[in-house]
Design a binder for this molecule. Sequence first.
Ligand code: C2E
Ligand code: CA
Ligand code: CA
Length: 646
Amino acid sequence: MRPALRKIISLEIMQGSGNRLPPAEGGAPGAELGTLLLLTRDAEAMEWAPRWLTFSGFSVATADSVDGVLEKAALQPRTLVIVDAAMPDVEHRKAYLRLRSQLREHTPILALCMNQRESREVRESGKADAVERPFQWDKIARFARREAEAAELRSKLEHTTRALKIARLNAADAERNLAEMRGIDSLTELPNRELFRSLLQRAISGAPAGETTGILVVGIDRFRQVNATVGHEAGNAIICQFAERLRNRLQDHDVVGGDAGTTLTAAGGRIGGVRFGLVLSRAGVDDLVRLRDAFQSDMEQPFEVNGQSVYLSATMGAALFPIDASNGDQLLECAEHAMCAAKDAGSSFRFFNKATDAAGRRALRIETMMRQALVNDELRLAYQPIMHREGPEVVAAEALLRWDHPVEGPISPAEFVPAAERSGLMVRIGDFVLREAVRQIRRWQDEGLPRIRVAVNLSLCQLADGNVVELVRELLARHDVEPELLELELSERGVLNQGPEIVAVVRELKELGVRISIDDFGSGNSAISYLKDLPVDVVKIDRSYVSGPGRSERDEAIGAGMVALAKRLDATVVAEGVENEAQLERVRDWGCDEVQGFHYSEAVTPARLASRLVMAGREPVRAAASRMRDRGRVPRLRTLSLPGTC
Ligand code: C2E
Ligand code: CA
Ligand code: CA
């Protein structure tokens, strides 16, 4: 309540004019304002509050405990709560404090105080409004009406703001999609990868027999670090400046003039995050070398952002048609492979070399197929249930990528995720996973299914890219999903121990209200000092301690120790990879709170998980709520039973 209103009420009440009867006729002034939830042991309040507040336009419901109020409030969209400031059976006797921490954010709470000391305490807490004995119900009713109207206005305003934000996001998406449909990258206005591929294919198809077509792929080095240092927007400005240099080179006659004085046809495109391609028709080795030298001298010039000069380097790979490949896509693949090989060897340039090709070929094929997978909608998410330690309740689900390639069949994420991370594609794939998972949470809620947490794996490149915080914020707003339902898993193996920039991004994510989970805990060969800097909600014990091959007594001791450590951090501890009853018993003995593994279920389709949730959800709400109360848990996130395995 605003301080001014608070003052008015206290003043009016101190004048103490006693209660009058509400007018017998005239009815409630205006429409139904919402529900008053009344929790009081005061006989006078029980008699007068319902009369005056019904007259003011509220429907009135009484409750006999804080849990009763919470249960009823969960079913009513608009509520106002009047509660005794102190209640004998509530922890520390302050009912309003417990209600404030668990009710919806804008629900007004009015505390009935027995004396001045009590009302001062309530006001100083800032958690509720206070009225003192003797209660003046006519004035309290007027106050309640004002508060309800203000809450209604606030909610309308929030709704409109959200709708506006969504409209803006949709418009931006539409603009981006339109540009991409035309084949133009919206940031640099260069051809995107698809258009570049077709330009390349056209150059090859149009080449007279005996003439070679050359391709050069250029990747800017260590761009993640650049983004982390100068920020995402300045990073984008650098990419645009680089694109400008590329455009200038394509028009530079000294570079594309051709050896025999003939002008070559040149085209360029942005073929990945910071990867660019250039195609030269009727070009030979010397032309490609000239282009490479021109780029190397371009990179010696600093990029200017925010008044700062940033010096960068690039790595390049080149290939020639028809010597190295028989079509455009293969040629692009060859040049990209040459670029990766140059990077691995610590050099700045390499021609494609068939002899050294074998090792990287599969990874490169996967990378190429994966680009198509995104366009052709071949990626899906499956959800592996995570159970309460005593079972059989599903408390959460982990979203796991599934890729069923039309020709190659299913390809494991253990193979394609690292390939996507190497190529920078994982940022787009990771965005897809986040979008899909948050949309799925909304769909399950729209289907009336009880709410469970959904865990999503994040890759290091997503955290380093600089966009993930904004994306998560947008998605939660767009789909109206409570942040605490989204859990972000960061692997100890690849993501953590990466320095202060990554810790800062994790903290920003945490500030959005999402839960942070440490994945593969105990698997990194690194110190766990990151734990002191990170806000951790969940720790997932790596499955090598639970069901890994060659487990020893030492693993047992380390497993138990890790659980004890995680508990000291107040984290929920999940055991991964539980495959049988014996392992389940063991992780229970260690003190794990939740378990995940083939013993219960592998990852299943969203529909399959939903049907299990529906079966379990048939249990009446009241029974589930009281069972949870018995265990000392309040039924905010309801858990569900999963009979047998999925
Ligand atoms: P992870 O995050 O540790 O995921 C758990 C993996 O363990 C999953 O393999 C799951 O199917 C498997 N698993 C679950 N229960 C058991 C069990 O009882 N026994 C055994 N042996 N394995 C079990 P999956 O789906 O093949 O994923 C492998 C890895 O790929 C994941 O390991 C994660 O690192 C990565 N991954 C999967 N989806 C994504 C994603 O959307 N984003 C990112 N960044 N990485 C992903
Ligand atoms: Ca995981
Ligand atoms: Ca894991």
